[in-house]
Design a protein around this ligand. Sequence first.
Ligand SMILES: [Fe+2]
Length: 476
Amino acid sequence: MAMAENQIRVFKSLKETRKPEVAKIIGEIPEWAAGQVSRSCPAKWDYPKFRLNHTFDGYQMITKFDIKGGKSGSVSFTSKFVSSEAFKRAEASQKPIISEFSTRTAGSDAKSALGKIVAMILQATDNCQYICTSEICRNPIVIGHAGFMYELDPKSLHCISKYDSANDFSLHAISAHPLTDPATGETYNVGISIVPAVKWKVVKYPQGCKSSPLKETLKKGKIIGSHSCRTKSGVPLLHSFGMSNNYLVWIDQPCHFNLAKAIKLMFKGFCQREVMDWFPEKKNQFYIFNKKTLKVMKTEILSKDAFVFLHILNCYEENDHLIVDLFGMPNIQFVDAQVLAKLRAWHVLRDAECPRLLRFVIPLGVATIGICPENKNLVSVNSTATALKIDDKIFLQPELVSDVKMDFPTWNKKFSGKDLRFVWTTGALCPSVHHHKVIKLKTIWFGKLFGNEGEMAGFYGMAGWEGFERGRKGLF
Ligand SMILES: [Fe+2]
């Protein structure tokens, strides 16, 4: 398939595939490779007289591959849009009624004057973008950054139920990747409340939720921790956090949604991108939450240089250090590079702006910072990452684990919180031999990257986005 054709297909508005399309199989699918792989992806931006602006704005589609292994094996494909209010109203009006990340509302569908005024005031979109891989529900769920969640029927992909974290937990933002502790079966998530003050919140769901309807799980969830955000009027960009045996780690990126700006623009209209600030001089702040004491470590831990990221890959403890692996980028260019017009013209990220696998190492002894020596590397595990104490703060510099441009990781969840041996990622949207590829990484000895073991099937026609697997043994 020609490259130019691939580029255009990736960001084209799609129709649903209700009737399963059955693939022609060349060779034989292994017996063990049976199950279902679902992905969420933006798939509709275009209406006759209106186009949404950004990848993040696209109405979400769930795609599903049903896989049967063995001699009579088969793969069939179906897809369906998430029936969010945002999508349904846009379809009815043929334009966005609820503003999306980088697209303002194109008007109101309300009939009364009061309804039109209300529509002008901020209404969070329920166009949930991320299919979730944790064990908090019997079925797949999709989550949006504003806290909406849908439970999906895995066969039909219909939405069974919908919840709003702003109502249930007063959370106005949540991580799209709740994490299940493989040792206890408990699931954690990190969110942010903005009323009465901007605060980080930790939610815990008990074990056994894997077989529950989402409604039942959410009833069992409890806020177990809270911590002030470093700015009073900014909501940090939050997509994922890390978890080791004893700790949760989240990172305040110097990329905030400015509430003061949002209030000023409320009656004029705005979208999130218009109130998003990037202030690299503040660096990134790491928060370490103890799962037993439910307290955040008081020591101020900052990155030496600012970075932005979506995905923390893994987090584990080794010899009294906390290892945090993530796919970091040096600035927020990845946001503006995903303006649809640019992508359709294949103006993608430049090499230096792409996500790469970085390793931050935090010596846990910095909790008693008073006894740490100044300006001396406090990291004593096998890594080139450093941690320096300067003026009663800890500054971290990461190790570049791999120069491959990649993101959207997945791994065997049984090994969450441990040093991972295999990781699968997708190539970043930049001119690279790895873009549109699934990458399998093999790691050995203290997580040092051994090499790019092999590129698997190219995913032509699909933008890199979240995935969810169900199967007898798991497909990955
Ligand atoms: Fe994600």
